[in-house]
Design a protein around this ligand. Structure first.
Ligand code: ASN
Length: 309
């Protein structure tokens, strides 16, 4: 790589970077194969939308603002995530997935977490009429297949890291249990305490995650968390799909309604679905034990760092 493209780094680090990116290339190939085998249709990503994910209210989110682009008398938003588009795609096409670039203007302090980027790509999928268990089973099948395919990958010997060894099924907790055990900032401590990825259910967050109609105040959503301190891997949910419930949930969040007008206009056509998204860079960081998630990007997008290009 020429000096114009990447930070000045030593030969050893360059070799490690090549190994991480070679592994990422094979992760992308296996991810594509996996979703294809499972009968998902791959969509090209949307970058600008009349509505996008508000990313909140969520105690885990620290985005400064959503990027707005004005074009021909119309306001567009750069994708925080494609969640709202996924809900319509799943209605039209059935099981879908996307390698979706997200721009999230994180605060500079987030650089120290080791896991935040202001631009990253997530594998984002959605399934019609699916429930939590279906998503968990699919994700566990994915990691199991990925682990097998990557066993002999040369990157692991370059990096002196053991290939992944996943023992399934993974444990499930609720946020309430983990809060009791580790306090409000449970993610870091819980992630440090575990040796396998684990599921965490029932987060109070965005309006599109379904609130259990049988148990108001409980949410039919989930995160997968990597062990050994690597933190959140994936987030997803069963979705709110009835227009009236969506309106009520949106109102309750108190976020300005203008960016959701277009979404609400069509919300009467939604169907029940569930899905999730997982960051490709975080996955490769976890597999390669990279110190920072920016270390798996050739063109680093770390909050507070000015990129070379
Ligand atoms: N991809 C996530 C989901 O499916 C949304 C997000 O990235 N905030 O729920």
């Amino acid at each position: 790589m020429s000096a114009a493209g990447a930070r000045a780094i030593g030969t050893d680090e360059r070799e490690r970077q090549r190994a991480r990116l070679a592994l990422m290339s094979d992760v992308l190939l296996e991810t594509t194969r996996f979703f294809h085998r499972e009968g998902f249709t791959q969509l090209l990503p949307v970058m600008l939308g009349r509505s996008t994910d508000p990313l909140g209210p969520d105690p885990g989110s620290s985005v400064l603002r959503t990027v707005e682009v004005d074009y021909l008398d119309q306001r567009y938003y750069l994708m925080n995530s494609m969640i709202l588009h996924k809900q319509f795609a799943v209605r039209d096409l059935g099981k879908i997935w996307i390698l979706s670039p997200n721009v999230r203007l994180e605060r500079p302090e987030r650089a120290a977490s080791g896991k935040h980027l202001f631009e990253f790509t997530q594998a984002d999928f959605e399934m019609p009429r699916a429930r939590t268990r279906d998503v968990q089973d699919l994700v566990e099948r994915y990691f199991s297949a990925l682990g097998k395919v990557l066993q002999d990958h040369p990157a692991f010997s370059v990096l002196d890291v053991a290939p992944p060894h996943f023992t399934l099924p993974w444990r499930s907790y609720t946020t309430h249990e983990l809060e009791e055990r580790y306090g409000e900032q449970w993610e870091e401590a819980a992630s440090q305490a575990e040796e396998q990825p684990f599921w965490v259910h029932c987060h109070r967050r965005e309006f599109y995650d379904r609130e259990d109609p049988a148990q108001p105040g409980h949410f039919l959503n989930y995160d997968l968390v990597y062990p050994l301190g690597f933190g959140e891997a994936l987030s997803g949910a069963e979705r709110e799909w009835e227009a009236e419930r969506i309106r009520t949930r949106l109102l309750r969040t108190g976020i300005p309604p203008a960016p959701f007008r277009a979404y609400l206009e069509h919300a009467g056509d939604l169907i029940p679905s569930a899905g999730a998204g997982f960051g490709i860079e975080r996955l490769v960081r976890f597999l390669t034990r990279a110190p920072h998630v920016g270390d798996v990007q050739l063109f680093r997008r770390v909050p507070g760092e000015v990129p070379t290009l």
